[in-house]
Design a protein around this ligand. Structure first.
Ligand code: MEV
Length: 320
């Protein structure tokens, strides 16, 4: 049996992170330049049920049975086995690789989860629907993040721009005009679970203040969606920058993220903000094609450890 290999992209939150956990809308985009991949190969000659897990980025190269019960990858595989009413997997090797930096706001856990579900399900002879993959990946995200909104697994599963509101039908965005983003990494690893837990703690202490901030961020997402659907790219800029200021007030920015945001704005970006859980990780700058290179250089000069120049394709460009 040939090895089965499935991949999934990274993601970026254009606006609305954190507020989305509290029922406000947010917009997320797939990032196709980065991805994770899971390869499953049958090992029929090894003893029954021996499953080797190789995940170099997590420092794992061992049998599944020897992983601790708390290991996210072990728990994720248990979710898949439960879904298919199995008490063990056939002997195989599962190799998970990724070029998405961990703890950087670019969806590394959601992407690995989606590629894992896809590859293992197919290895077991099942073709899951996209909503089923999304649901399983959401349950895996709960292992990694505690109380995720579900936006990360959704954008990664469907690999399409989404306007997402918790427990509402997913709206896929038909983008009429392409635009460009520069995504820059602070190089600081940050845990989304920790950022989400920190916001929750603050919210419980000051529900009025945080409730108002969530609502303001939700309004920014509503307006950003309108501009996005109207092809008014530059008009989204100030909304994204305002979103960054609200996130800063919520305590999820950090000096390096603020420095990158201000470097992007000074060098001509339409708008800039942290993206994802914050406390480190990546920020994004919305740019016109003519200023993309200048913004990129100024982000590197301001200390970005890596920069991705990403084009968000219009729906017409995608179907070409
Ligand atoms: C992380 O990409 C986005 C957060 O809003 C968490 C979530 O929605 O699950 C910070």
């Amino acid at each position: 049996m040939p090895a089965i290999s499935r991949s999934a992209p990274g993601k970026l939150i254009l606006c609305g992170e954190h507020a989305v956990v509290y029922g406000q809308p947010a917009i997320a985009l797939p990032v196709m330049q980065i991805c994770s991949k899971t390869m499953v190969s049958a090992k029929p000659l090894t003893s029954r049920g021996t499953v080797r897990i190789i995940a170099p980025k997590l420092g794992i190269d061992q049998d599944l049975s020897t992983l601790p019960a708390t290991s996210p990858i072990k728990r994720s595989l248990e979710l898949i086995m439960d879904h298919f009413h199995l008490d063990h997997l056939p002997a195989c090797e599962i190799r998970v690789s990724s070029n998405i930096p961990i703890g950087s706001g670019l969806g590394s856990s959601a992407s690995s989860s989606v590629s894992l579900v896809r590859a293992v399900a197919e290895f077991l002879g099942h073709r899951l629907s996209e909503p089923e993959i999304n649901q399983l990946a959401y349950e895996m995200e709960r292992i990694y993040h505690g109380t995720p909104s579900g936006i990360d697994n959704t954008v990664v599963t469907f690999a399409k721009p989404v306007y997402f509101v918790r427990e509402k039908p997913i709206e896929f965005l038909d983008i009429p005009k392409s635009f460009e983003l520069i995504i820059a990494d602070t190089g600081i690893h940050a845990s989304t679970a920790q950022a989400v837990a920190g916001v929750k703690e603050q919210y419980l202490k000051s529900p009025n203040k945080f409730g108002a901030l969530f609502e303001k961020i939700g309004n920014l997402s509503i307006q950003t969606r309108q501009h996005l659907l109207a092809g008014q790219i530059a008009e989204m800029g100030p909304l994204l920058t305002q979103n960054h200021h609200y996130l800063k007030q919520m305590g999820v920015s950090c000096p390096q993220l603020d420095k990158l945001v201000s470097a992007a704005l000074k060098s001509g970006a339409y708008g800039a903000k942290l993206s994802g859980g914050g406390l480190g990780g990546n920020m994004l700058a919305l740019v016109d094609h003519s200023s993309a290179q200048t913004v990129e250089e100024s982000l590197v000069n301001a200390g970005a450890t890596s920069v991705i120049h990403s084009r968000v394709h219009s729906s017409a460009e995608i179907t070409e």
